[in-house]
Write a protein that binds this ligand. Structure first.
Ligand SMILES: [Zn+2]
Ligand SMILES: [Zn+2]
Length: 386
């Protein structure tokens, strides 16, 4: 008994000591305590399983920094991507619109370079700088940087197009945007059609889109951009064989635009062998992508079903005397799924499970309402027989 008491007393002392150790005395200042919390920045993991033998890379294929019209440095973008749990980030400065640069040049050189959005010889800087700075910063984080650029023309007549995997942004500009795309393509770039519905009345195809689609200059398209979601584009992407993407097009910070409101930033899920540039490019060309934004996921029907079945495991919990089976659905991922069983939607939240019953010899049939597939606002139907 006495021995037990001594043990308990020892535990008490240990626990009070550990509570006090949150602060320690600063040796150089007797009146200052320092907190022991580590300054190490933690990464918020978005947990997903492998799908069809591929890693599911969390990618953002569209971002800006102070080198075009963004508010932060390329180095900040990289740290932010790491904290947000990304594997791959594309830096895609506007080629033709770099207002910060205009201001910097006017300050440094003592003259005002004119309208910064008119590329009339006023772009004096090396347009590869932000890609280089981000790539250097990312090496310490294990994040892959896709060097990119945004071909930025009149949204109503031409539109915006990201050139991804570029070699030299300085040589891409041409007054004819289709020629710009061809120049990027000659460098081995893939071209993504950005925010096809932004500031337009609808997503109907304009003449320039028909032209460049017809010339096979487009590889991918944004289904979601920032807070915008264009459901009809899922069908267009399927018909035209474009990879589907959801990106932030972030100019400010993801903390302000997503995290502070309880959301995760937009991501393009890329199913790739590994996170090398070659493997990511191969996966985009093969269209193994899903577009994730604010809880919704868009993609080709078979791929999105494979993704769902990799995320949610079904185990028999019990079988009653009539053969009615109670199944446990286990979601060990960061995805939230909205399942609809005959008109009743239920949520299968991240890292939770819930039960569902199925009569003897019957299929378990449900739709996943927050997953979107080609068709008129269509959701995939999952049929399972146990
Ligand atoms: Zn744009
Ligand atoms: Zn952009």
């Amino acid at each position: 008994m006495k021995r037990l008491f001594i043990l308990a007393a020892a535990c008490l002392i240990a626990s009070s000591a550990s509570a006090q150790s949150l602060y320690y005395q600063d040796k150089s200042n007797v009146d200052m305590l320092r907190h022991t919390i580590s300054k190490e920045v933690l990464r918020n993991e978005f947990v997903l399983p492998q799908v069809n033998g591929y890693k599911v890379l969390k990618c953002d294929l569209h971002s800006h920094t102070i080198y075009s019209d963004g508010n932060v440095t390329p180095e900040y973008r990289v740290r932010e991507a790491w904290v947000d749990g990304l594997d791959v980030l594309a830096i895609t400065e506007h080629i033709e619109y770099r207002p910060s640069e205009g201001k910097m040049i006017s300050y440094l050189k003592g003259f005002f370079p004119g309208e910064p959005n008119k590329p009339n010889g006023n772009i004096l800087c090396d347009l590869n700088v932000s890609n280089k700075l981000a790539t250097a910063a990312a090496a310490g984080y294990g994040i892959t940087i896709i060097p990119g650029a945004e071909i930025t023309r009149d949204q109503n007549k031409i539109g915006h197009y990201n050139a991804l995997f570029v070699q030299d942004v300085n040589t891409i500009y041409d007054p004819d945007p289709a020629v710009s795309m061809k120049k990027a393509r000659e460098q081995g770039a893939l071209i993504m059609h950005n925010h096809p519905g932004w500031i337009r009345k609808n997503v109907d195809m304009i003449d320039f889109e028909k032209q460049v689609y017809g010339e096979n200059l487009i590889d991918g398209i944004e289904i979601m951009n920032g807070w915008e979601f264009y459901p009809p584009i899922i069908t267009r992407a399927s018909e035209k064989k474009f990879f589907m993407a959801a990106n932030t097009d972030i100019h400010g910070t993801t903390t302000m635009d997503y995290v502070a409101q309880g959301n995760h930033r937009n991501m393009t899920f890329v199913l790739a062998k590994d996170n090398s540039l070659e493997a990511v490019k191969e996966a985009l060309k093969a269209r193994r992508t899903l577009a994730y934004s604010l809880g919704s996921l868009a993609g080709e029907e078979q791929l999105i079903k494979d993704f769902f079945m990799a995320c949610v495991k079904f185990e028999t919990f019990s079988v009653d005397k009539n053969g009615k089976r109670t199944m446990r659905m286990i979601n060990n991922t960061s995805m939230n799924f909205v399942l609809c069983f005959g008109g009743n939607p239920v949520e299968l939240r991240p890292f939770t499970s819930r039960n569902v019953s199925v009569a003897k010899d019957k299929e378990l049939v449900f739709t996943v309402e927050n997953m979107w597939i080609p068709g008129d606002k269509k959701h995939p139907t999952i049929r399972l027989r146990f």
